[in-house]
Write a protein that binds this ligand. Structure first.
Ligand code: GLN
Length: 304
């Protein structure tokens, strides 16, 4: 399959549509991104990569990291983890406080901010040197030591993190945060600040298209049963209150971030990553979603 040709053709058809999205404003450092950037890259489980435009430019992966932090916590804690966080779609915005009050501090799923903050708390408890150990975990999966944090973006988020601080204090009051709040949030802002290119994202997520094992290194990252569950949560919760719409339009498990990135996997086939900074009202990349919708429709390749 000549994916490159499809990327080129789909991009040409989308150039004329109006992108009504907006670059994330609430993290000042992200609001300065060049909104016209666009990159897409697909890596097959056989190891072939097809890239287009800015696929080799780094951007802030933001909430996409929540899949990797969940994986590390799940590997360490096993099913005990589900006592601290659920696996149901929330139907609410990613930073919502509403459900958390009447569900007594147990977040609906690990991909809304509250859930990812609980996962950060779990990792702060488990890891000896949380930031170093977590980065090593990702660098090993991707076989790439150039992946790193952006101190500038982490600090920028920290300085305007009023909603996330409200979430963590509320959960602390329900005793679902065990560590010092500042330590947990410092770790959370750091992991959200990780920067990657589309190609690096593919290398970091390809194992989810291959039953939990890296097809290039023939190395198990997580068990098949765990890979099934992670993909299921991506499918049902990866796009917050737009997860149903993403399944309907694109038909692949995936995860978005407010940096404008989306990663999606087709189990047994490929991992595809896309970057376009302008976000729709639900905080997901406007053009990224549209592009993936056209892509899976055109190449007739979705899980449904
Ligand atoms: N760091 C961001 C936040 O907590 C991540 C949100 C996102 O990418 N959806 O708000």
């Amino acid at each position: 399959m000549d994916y490159q040709k499809h990327f080129f053709e789909i991009y040409a058809t989308l150039e004329s549509i109006e992108n009504t999205g907006e670059v994330a404003q609430y993290i000042p450092e992200l609001s300065r991104i060049d909104a016209s950037k666009f990159g897409v890259s697909l890596t097959t489980i056989e190891g072939k990569t097809f890239s287009f435009k800015d696929a080799n430019e780094k951007f802030s992966i933001q909430s996409i990291v929540k899949v990797l932090s969940l994986i590390l916590a799940y590997k360490e804690l096993g099913k005990e983890l589900w006592k601290r966080v659920g696996v149901e779609p929330s139907g609410s915005p990613f930073n919502s406080l509403v459900q958390l009050e009447y569900e007594k501090g147990i977040p609906r799923n690990p991909f809304i901010n509250a859930g990812a903050i609980v996962i950060a708390d779990v990792l702060v408890s488990i890891l000896k040197k949380p930031k170093e150990d977590f980065l090593k975990f990702i660098q090993n999966i991707a076989r790439d030591n150039s992946i790193t944090y952006s101190k500038k973006i982490a600090l920028s988020e920290k300085q305007s993190a009023h909603r996330n601080m409200a979430l963590v204090y509320l959960m602390k009051s329900f005793k679902n945060i065990k560590n010092d709040i500042n330590e947990v949030m410092d770790f959370y802002f750091s992991i959200c600040s990780i920067e990657m290119t589309c190609e690096q994202l593919n290398k970091s997520f390809l194992f989810l298209a291959n039953n939990g094992s890296c097809p290039i290194q023939q190395k198990e990252i997580i068990r098949i049963s765990q890979s099934k569950r992670i993909n299921a949560i991506m499918q049902t919760c990866g796009f917050y209150d737009e997860s149903g719409d993403f399944a309907f339009r694109v038909g692949l498990p995936g995860k978005s971030g407010v940096g404008g990135g989306i990663v999606a996997v087709h189990p047994g086939k490929y991992c595809v990553s896309i970057w376009s900074p302008k976000l729709n009202k639900k905080g997901n990349s406007f053009l990224g979603t549209k592009f993936l919708e056209d892509f899976t429709t055109r190449v007739e390749s979705s899980i449904f």
